[in-house]
Design a protein around this ligand. Sequence first.
Ligand SMILES: NC(=O)c1ccc[n+]([C@@H]2O[C@H](COP(=O)([O-])OP(=O)(O)OC[C@H]3O[C@@H](n4cnc5c(N)ncnc54)[C@H](O)[C@@H]3O)[C@@H](O)[C@H]2O)c1
Ligand SMILES: [Fe+2]
Length: 383
Amino acid sequence: MTYRMILNETSYFGAGSISHLIDEVKKRHFKKALIVTDKDLIKFKIATKVTDLLDKFGLNYDVFDEVIPNPTIGIVKNGVERFKKSKADYLIAIGGGSPQDTAKAIGIIINNPQHADVRSLEGAVNTQKATVPIIAIPTTAGTAAEVTINYVITDEQNKRKFVCVDPHDIPVVAIVDSEMMASMPASLKAATGIDALTHAIEGFITKGAWELSDMMHLKAIEIISRALRESVKGDPKGVEDMALGQYIAGMGFSNVGLGLVHGMAHPLGAFYNIPHGVANAVLLPYIMEFNAESTGDKYRDIAKAMGLKDILNQPIQEVRKYVVEAVKQLNKDVGIPAKLRDIGVQEQDIPELAQAAFADVCTSSNPREVNVKDIEMLYHHVY
Ligand SMILES: NC(=O)c1ccc[n+]([C@@H]2O[C@H](COP(=O)([O-])OP(=O)(O)OC[C@H]3O[C@@H](n4cnc5c(N)ncnc54)[C@H](O)[C@@H]3O)[C@@H](O)[C@H]2O)c1
Ligand SMILES: [Fe+2]
């Protein structure tokens, strides 16, 4: 058996680590950046922390700020045109998963123009060339898109979200500065934080998990379980810990895959534009319950990582129930709604949602085999 591990070339962590940007740009002899971000991050003066720094050191850039949550094929195409016009030679992605993923798609298409249609990038595609170099600066603590080899684009015409898996898209540098994340409202911290917990739990029980990825996922579960409530309350140490915890989860899941929570969450983003983290968070405990019987003793390891000491010596069935309840409690404590009906899902769409979830690339990595009927049943159960 052989395994593969792909990570950033260089990554920086900690409050204030954004200061390393300038050295990285100079050292790599980059001449002009296209900054990929969204309008709110400009308005709330988060992306401007980076442009102020570039201005101070006289470094050249253009800004593409058209990204919206659940970014679409149309936005990627506009970004590609913008990159060509700007004559940039690298990308700086500033934002949550949406700007990060858009930057990856732009960078891949610039160097692999045969994929200009965007749709042909779905799944595991053998692109010929690496993306235009990307420096990734996350502003949410959740997706870890700065360290993953995945990006997720919404096909607005066909109402579907598709996952692209391509080692060529990984950012060369990631700057994980919690000061870029501190401005998140509590609800965004909660949603993106549970997205990160979902990555860690799905990555730990996914079919392709192995010892090195287990190490990362268990550490991520430990940090996130300890830090998320504090982060949501506004504690800077909690935010800094979440920044690290979500990154560690990304190091793991990017290399081994996810599972049915993500498979079922993606159609909710495509159909109703539900934020990715919220969709995952609502589904997570129920899908954990469904998967439990296919995970051996792993929920005991999860319990340990979550700090649930009292339950560790109980029979595994008891441990599994306890862990699921602990995840429900965490959701409740950070203000995540309990049911799909609370977040705008329409019951009559469930057969169509189930078809889309079954076809999602993440579903095939789930530890328990599922069919379309199982997924329909699960959507009804969480509804
Ligand atoms: N590439 C991957 O591996 C990967 C993994 C998981 C999810 N995703 C994708 O990432 C997207 C979700 O990304 P996300 O959850 O990070 O959110 P997002 O990028 O969609 O941003 C959501 C909102 O939060 C705002 N925001 C971001 N940072 C902020 C800050 N510091 N302060 C105030 N507001 C801020 C944005 O302006 C935006 O309005 C989905 O499309 C999802 O499918 C990708
Ligand atoms: Fe996710």
